[in-house]
Ligand binder design. Structure first.
Ligand code: SER
Length: 899
């Protein structure tokens, strides 16, 4: 079987057992706690938790065989968070950053018996894996550690029966494992349960005792190929486990492992060779490309240590790293996870930079990584069509990353070399490499390990913290928050926010906080929006016991209290807590903010439509005057694209679509709702839905219908960091004012041109054409005048020794004309010497020409100019036939040139 046939045979087998085949979900997970999609079950979490009906037909878009059974191949990345295999990639042959997980699921349908029996049937009967080489692990809690749930007797009994029927001893083939090995969790929280793994003895001999010894012993000669998880619990944030309403099955098979073993064992028959995932044909196009680019050969050696590798071991590690990382980075970018500075985006940047470093070790030319995308698409495009659709975007993103890292890599390596010669890498050096040269810490560690050195990671972290501290100090709001913290007397109940529905409210003054020179008022409830999610805080008034206080800003502290900043005034001293207050938000300003906030959502929607779904919000700010929207994109947005975005959003403004806002549980939000995965969402989230096409999780305030926005104008587009662009736009009144100002300028221009605004372009074009014509004529006249002047000068030539001499001061516009005049005079003289001077601005310029006969007679233009320049306080020189110079004493020109 080829790898593709193995994959297909898995899917066919489960389709036959009534499973609906579904597509792989994106690597960008929907669960807030996950860095990347790390298992096939991620997309089914709401079903496991009972928040959603098992409606797999929705995924498949076809009538399912059964709505309670699903199977697929899922792209997974395990390079951070709870599951992280990055450090092992390349150094062994069976861990990857990105891999395919073949899986089958039961949603409250079949349970352990079917799952295990079908598993056994597929691998031993359909694929022919020798039963004698297989071991099953079963969950056995470690009582002393308070491990969840009981010994999995049910799974044990099923396996015992299976092994016995195969003539094998269950006591040898079943291995118990504790929570670490046999209780599967996707993260710290979420659906989980005891599991039973199938391990494959890959030793040359099928000796059972020897195989059993290697189960879970990190040996490449006995590896786990399939995990059957029996999902029965939800792991809570406090470390406890709650039983779920229904019991589910979640299995996951390492596709590359099975395909690799199949290839190295000649169809599970001959176990002499070292097994390797990289022997699977899915990697073949990548290995071929790396070999072609580097001229080196892969020989499948595996180092036993991390330092002092042989040359060939280094080459083989690099081949594996590049094959793995190219798949990971390509698939991540195709799913909209662009290399960046934070979170999962930084993980992808690190993996890409690690790949670039290994390419350098193989001697590959800068810019090589992009060329690995095509072989990834070649091997995976048929299974994951998004790779084909996004190929050119993936390549462009990688290209721009390679360019920016390429600028600092060599210098960084030099700095590393210098630091390394000190015997250890200090925290400060590691930080400099990170901060100035873009070396992720793990890359510096990798380089250090190769040389048997260590990196002071704690020192690095301390430097990072110092930098964060500097950033924090720059934010005045943090200082303000600190001022209200740690005060035991303060009632830290969050303020009730009424501002979605009303802009005026009665409230009670809870506290008056003085921080520095500022005074902040806290009320039990408020219609004032506190700065959040990039939306600026409200301003307005508070009428407290007859005293009118101006509120000039509103921010939130960590406890969720709205801090109303009061304008400085004597009246503040008259306030006392407990007083009744009437709070009024400046409605006009708030409505202007709403317009910019809704406009930002529309622009986000339009950018994703025009540029692609890799566009994601990276930061934003909305005030009454303008909005800024930062987003992931790898190159400048063209003028045409900006126009299209502006057209799309204004089309939606004219449509006057309704803006719906509602609360829902995170897991029940409508499909396609944009959430910002860096954020931690609670169980309940607020959805802002514009016209059914733009849906975002958002806590801000918005217009009621898009028509209220009036008009949106994009003011600027710019880069703010590698891979991050910014759009600035105005909406409503400021948009009108922008247009009005531009129109006034246009009116002024057309008035000067003597016509209406509609034909200003035509008039301007005509005017420019006319100017060009005039310049042409002017030049012709100048040339004529110059020729006349040359004649005049030549006529005044003095003859001596068979040569003619001209010397004089002329009035010309620039040096070029002076030079041209000199050469024309000489041409008219035939044989002779010409020396001319002119006042140009506040300086005097000189030029001299000597004909061949004059040079023969001992005259030299260079010498003449040298001499003349010196006399007018300057310098100059040149060749015997032509020279230029000048000086500052314009007044002496006449005397020097005898004119
Ligand atoms: N979720 C389990 C795993 O990832 C089985 O699919 O191992």
């Amino acid at each position: 079987m080829t790898s593709a046939e193995i994959r297909q045979s898995f899917l066919d087998f489960f389709a036959k057992q009534g499973h609906t085949l579904v597509p792989s979900s994106s690597l960008l997970p929907d669960s807030p706690g996950l860095l990347f999609t790390n298992a096939g079950m991620n997309q089914f979490v709401p079903i496991f938790l009972g928040d959603r009906a098992p409606d797999v037909s929705k995924w498949a878009g076809v009538k399912p065989a059964k709505d309670t059974r699903a199977a697929d191949t899922q792209k997974c990345i395990r390079a951070g968070g709870k599951h992280n295999d990055l450090e092992d990639v390349g150094f062994d042959t069976y861990h990857h950053t990105m891999f395919e997980m073949l899986g089958n699921w039961s949603f409250g349908d079949y349970f352990k018996k079917e799952s295990i029996r079908w598993g056994w049937e597929l691998i031993t009967k359909v694929w022919g894996i020798p039963a004698k080489r297989l071991f099953a692990t079963v969950y056995s809690p470690d009582k002393s550690k308070n491990d969840p749930s009981e010994f999995d007797q049910e799974a044990y009994d099923i396996w015992a029966e299976i092994f016995r029927a195969a003539g094998l001893d269950p006591a040898v083939h079943i291995v118990n494992g504790n929570k670490k090995d046999n209780f599967w969790m996707m993260g710290d929280t979420g659906p989980c349960g005891p599991c039973s793994e199938i391990h494959f003895n890959l030793l040359p001999s099928d000796d059972e005792a020897a195989g059993r010894k290697l189960v879970n012993a990190s040996s490449p000669r006995c590896i786990e190929i399939w995990n059957h998880v029996f999902i029965q619990f939800n792991a809570n944030a406090d470390g406890t486990f709650s039983p779920l309403a229904a019991k589910h099955v979640d299995t996951g098979m390492g596709f590359e492992r099975v395909a690799g073993i199949y290839a190295t064992t000649n169809g599970f028959k001959d176990f002499a060779k070292d097994p390797s995932n990289y022997a699977a044909d899915v990697f073949a196009p990548l290995f071929a490309k790396v070999a072609a680019l580097s001229g080196k050969t892969y020989t499948a050696t595996v180092p036993t240590k991390r330092e002092g590798l042989t040359e060939q071991e280094n080459i083989d590690v690099a081949f594996r790293v590049l094959a793995d990382h190219a798949r990971c980075v390509s698939c991540a970018i195709a799913d909209g996870i662009l290399p960046g500075n934070e979170g999962r985006n930084y993980v992808i940047r690190r993996i890409l930079r690690r790949g670039i470093l290994y390419g350098k070790k193989l001697g590959l030319q800068a810019g090589f990584f992009e060329q690995l995308v095509a072989p990834v698409v070649e091997s995976l495009g048929a299974v994951f069509p998004e790779l084909v659709q996004q190929q050119s975007i993936v390549q462009r993103v990688i290209r721009s990353e390679e360019e920016s890292f390429g600028r600092t890599l060599d210098r960084g390596l030099q700095i590393f070399g210098k630091a390394a010669s000190a015997g250890a890498i200090s925290g400060a050096s590691a930080f400099e490499l990170y901060d100035t040269y873009g070396f992720p810490l793990d890359m510096t560690q990798l380089l250090a390990t190769e040389r048997g050195l260590t990196v002071d990671a704690a020192g690095f972290e301390a430097e990072m913290e110092k930098q964060r501290e500097r950033g924090r100090a720059a934010q005045k709001k943090e200082i303000l928050v600190a001022a209200t913290e740690g005060d035991a007397a303060v009632d830290l109940k969050p303020t009730t926010f009424l501002g979605y529905a009303q802009t005026e409210a009665h409230a009670q003054l809870i506290e008056i906080i003085k921080a520095d020179k500022d005074t902040f008022l806290v009320f039990d409830r408020t219609p004032f929006y506190a700065e959040m999610g990039g939306q600026t805080g409200d301003t307005g008034t508070a009428l407290i016991n007859g005293t009118l206080v101006q509120i000039v800003d509103c921010v939130k502290d960590k406890a969720g209290r709205h801090l109303h900043k009061a304008a400085v005034s004597d009246q503040l001293s008259a306030l006392s807590s407990g007083a009744a207050a009437t709070l009024s938000v400046d409605l006009g300003r708030r409505r202007a903010i709403n317009r910019h906030h809704s406009a930002a959502h529309l622009i986000h929607w339009a950018l994703r439509k025009v540029l692609g779904t890799h566009v994601r919000q990276a930061g934003t700010s909305k005030t009454a005057d303008r909005m800024r929207f930062d987003f992931s994109h790898f190159e400048a947005v063209t003028h045409a694209q900006l126009l299209e975005v502006e057209q799309l959003v204004n089309g939606k403004v004219i449509d006057n679509a309704k803006v719906d806002t509602y609360e829902t549980e995170f897991d029940k939000k409508p499909e396609g709702t944009l959430a910002f995965f860096g954020d931690k969402y609670g169980k309940f989230v607020r959805v802002v839905d514009i016209g059914g096409y733009s849906r975002e999780l958002c806590g801000g305030t918005h217009v009621a219908t898009t028509g209220e926005i009036g008009l949106i104008k994009i003011v600027a587009e710019m880069a703010i960091a590698a891979g991050t662009r910014r759009i600035e736009a105005v909406a409503g009144q400021p948009a009108y004012e922008l247009v009005a100002t531009r129109e006034a300028a246009l009116a002024a221009v057309s008035a000067h041109l003597g016509g209406g605004a509609s034909d200003v372009v035509k008039k301007l074009e005509a005017l420019l054409a006319q100017q060009k014509e005039t310049e042409k004529q002017l030049k012709a006249f100048q040339q004529k005048a110059l020729a006349g002047l040359a004649d005049e000068l030549a006529a005044k030539a003095v003859a001596r020794d068979g040569l003619k001499f001209v010397s004089g001061v002329v009035a010309v516009s620039d040096q070029e004309v002076l030079r041209s005049l000199g050469s024309q005079v000489l041409a008219k003289l035939g044989e002779g010497v010409v020396q001319l001077g002119a006042a140009l601005g506040d300086k005097a310029s000189l030029v001299a020409f000597c004909s061949p006969a004059a040079i023969k007679a001992g005259h030299q233009a260079g010498k003449i100019i040298q001499n003349l320049s010196a006399q007018i306080g300057g310098k100059g020189g040149g060749k015997p036939d032509f020279a230029m110079g000048g000086g500052k004493d314009i007044a002496k020109l006449g005397a020097v040139l005898g004119g």
